[in-house]
Each structure stands twice: as structure tokens, then as C-alpha cells.
Design a protein around this ligand. Sequence first.
Ligand SMILES: NC(=O)C1=CN([C@@H]2O[C@H](COP(=O)(O)OP(=O)(O)OC[C@H]3O[C@@H](n4cnc5c(N)ncnc54)[C@H](OP(=O)(O)O)[C@@H]3O)[C@@H](O)[C@H]2O)[C@@H](O)CC1
Ligand SMILES: Nc1ncnc2c1ncn2[C@@H]1O[C@H](COP(=O)(O)OP(=O)(O)OP(=O)(O)O)[C@@H](O)[C@H]1O
Ligand SMILES: [Mg+2]
Length: 368
Amino acid sequence: MIVKHGMNYLSVLNSARNHKLAPPLAVLRRQQFLIRVLGVRGENIMQESKFEADADNILRAITPVFDPNRHKGQAGKVAVIGGCREYTGAPYFAAISALKIGADLSHVFCTKDAAPVIKSYSPELIVHPVLEESYSVGDRDKDHMSRRVVAEVDKWMERFDCLVVGPGLGRDPFLLDCVSEIIKQARQASIPIIIDGDGLFLVTDNLGLVSGYPLAILTPNVNEYKRLVQKVLNCEVNDQDAHGQLLSLAKQIGGVTVLRKGMSDLISDGEIVKSVSNYGSPRRCGGQGDILSGSVAVFLSWARQLISANEGNLIISPTNPTMLGCIAGSALLRKAASLAFEDRKRSTLTTDIIECLGRSLEDICPAC
Ligand SMILES: NC(=O)C1=CN([C@@H]2O[C@H](COP(=O)(O)OP(=O)(O)OC[C@H]3O[C@@H](n4cnc5c(N)ncnc54)[C@H](OP(=O)(O)O)[C@@H]3O)[C@@H](O)[C@H]2O)[C@@H](O)CC1
Ligand SMILES: Nc1ncnc2c1ncn2[C@@H]1O[C@H](COP(=O)(O)OP(=O)(O)OP(=O)(O)O)[C@@H](O)[C@H]1O
Ligand SMILES: [Mg+2]
């Protein structure tokens, strides 16, 4: 088989199959090698390796060692704002992933309907049934109700190291108005915010909510990225200049960090671009992005702790904690997805990947 410069990953896989080079799993394993050699979009090998993050070393550097003097909460307190009548899985996936990686406390702020369901998935999560959708609020009560919802979240705000806004949030207009206020409060309190799922639907039409906030991370999937590019750059997604376009997008939103999910995850804060392309899984079951948002929340919190403990002097690069959080979260999720796929093959589900998070982190960064 001749691997030519410019072949994309699918044509490489097909060509490998045509040449009967290897059974399917071995071909898939070869995918990682080929991605590294050719670049995911057939880009120049030098260019791709120049952008590839040193993810394992970053993971090792920011994951804290166990210390008997530390108390509950110091390894991270995260909150997920999401969960409504339709979606209860997404906020659960994000919140439980944060705990499985090593956060001490994980909260979920969701609607009243979603709360008992999410609680029943796990006793580990602290679930607040505080969000309201339009159908449960009379027109006259809206102002009063909105103030109540925002106050309920705000009284906890200072305790959180990071918020994840959007997994399974839904798109109810009243609920999204309340969430806009919650984002404003978090920003005022300088709490990092990861915006995912329906949170991106909200923010794409209200960019002022995050614009210019360096502690904001947007984690768009293919649809969400397309909408962001159209809205912010007023053009279509350009895969020929994926790095340049992502850089412009992050810059244009005032230096927020954008993690563009895909075959290879691309991350930019408007200053630099990094990619994470370690082998993941060919399964595209729903919920993997939710694991990612919960994971990034934990690693971002740890990266900020490390930076403040070292008074800003880091021996790793990049030094922006949002970039570090994204690189570590992406690398860990992809490794866990690959382990889960090895075990479960076609039946791999998001819950299987969550079960592999601990082992994946242990492989890279042993607990003792
Ligand atoms: N197990 C769970 O609980 C999981 C729950 N999940 C949760 O699902 C939510 C949506 O996330 P997703 O990833 O499906 O959004 P995406 O790919 O942009 O949309 C695909 C297509 O659907 C449409 N569309 C979507 N939402 C719509 C709405 N409310 N009302 C109307 N249209 C809507 C959309 O149309 P468009 O946006 O282009 O108008 C596009 O064509 C989000 O909260 C996520 O966290 C996931 O995390 C998976 C696991
Ligand atoms: N084509 C792909 N090949 C390999 N890995 C991918 C591919 N697309 C996405 N991923 C991986 O899956 C993770 C989740 O991305 P995905 O695009 O599925 O998010 P999402 O649609 O928001 O997920 P969710 O269903 O949770 O909302 C990404 O971090 C990326 O590492
Ligand atoms: Mg998603």
C-alpha cells in the first residue's frame, strides 16, 4: 500500500482494507500512526507535529499528588448547569466524569423534573432542582421566578472552582434567560466557565456573555462550531485553514478558549493553536462531549491551582490554564474511549468510557 501525502484518514483506512493489510482492529490502531504521519486532513507532517500538544506530560504536570493534609474540596468543586425534561444523561455524564477523575464534589443545577432522575443515577452527585422552564411559570411570575432561580445558584457560586454550562440544558427561552444571568454572576465572581451543548446555542446568539472573558472555554461539536463560525466570522467553516480559522475565532471572541471537537481536537485561545490527536474510538455514541466538558472542568481547576502555587512560573507549555485544561481533558477522554472500545467494540457506550477514565489517568499518572 502506498501512503501518499494529501490522503485523508478515510482514504487511508479504505486503502489499508483494500490491500488486506490487517484485520479491522489493527487497521484502526494504525489510524493513530497514520494521523501522525499524514496529518488528519492531509496536512504537512511538520505542520501537524508542530501543533500537537505534549498531552501526557501536561496531564502529569497538572494532576495533583495525594497529600494527607488536604481537605475535602481542595481537589476541586465543580457545578454543571443542565438537565431538563428531555435530557438527564448529559449533565450526569459531565458531573460524574468530574468525580471519577478526582474532583471532590460535583453539583448539578437542573429543572425540577430532571432532579429525581439524575439523583437516582448516582448518590455521589449533589443535585439542586432549581431551574424552571416556561411551562411551569406563569407570565406574571417570570421576573420574580427568574430572580429566585439566579439567587439559588448564586448562593453557592463562590464555592465552585468551575462551572459547566449547557449539557442537557434544553432551549426553553425562560430557562436560557435565567442561565444568562447565572453566567453573568459567575463572570463577576471570576469563576471559570465551560460552555457546551445548549449553552453554546445560548452564547452564540449572545456573545457578550463570554466575549473578553479569559476564563471561558467553548467546546463546540461539528454543528456548534459551524454556527459559531457563521455568527462570529461571517463565513463558512474552512478545513483547508482549520488552525488559522480557529485562531481568528478565539481572537474575535476576545481571547476565550475554543476547543473544536472532531477527529482531532483543536484548541486555541486566540494566541496559539494546539491539537490533541491521540487515538480515541470510532464509536460516536452520544455523551462523549459531556464527559469531555466535565473532564476539562477538573483539569482547568488543577491547572489554576498549580499556577497559583508556583506564582505563575510553570515549566510546561502552554501556560494558559484554559489551554492546559482542554489539552488534558481531551487527551484523557480519547484514551478512555480507546480503552473502552478495545473492550466493548461496537457496543461501547458513554458509561463504558466513564468507567475507563480512572484507568486511563492511572496509566499516565499513577496515584502512588
Ligand atoms: N443522553 C443525553 O442526555 C445526551 C444529551 N445531549 C444533549 O443534547 C442537547 C443537544 O446536543 P446535540 O449534540 O444533539 O446538538 P447538535 O449536534 O447541535 O444537534 C443535533 C441536531 O439536533 C438539533 N437540535 C438539538 N437540540 C435541539 C433542541 N433543543 N431544539 C431543536 N433542535 C435541536 C440541531 O439543530 P440546530 O441546532 O442546527 O438547529 C441539530 O440538527 C445538548 O443539551 C446536549 O448536551 C447530548 O450531550 C448527547 C447525550
Ligand atoms: N470523528 C472523530 N474521530 C475521533 N474522535 C472524535 C471524532 N469526533 C469527535 N471525537 C471525539 O469525541 C469527543 C466528543 O466529541 P463529539 O463531537 O462527539 O461531541 P458532542 O457531539 O458534543 O458529544 P455529545 O453527544 O456529548 O453532545 C471529542 O473530544 C473528540 O475527541
Ligand atoms: Mg455536545
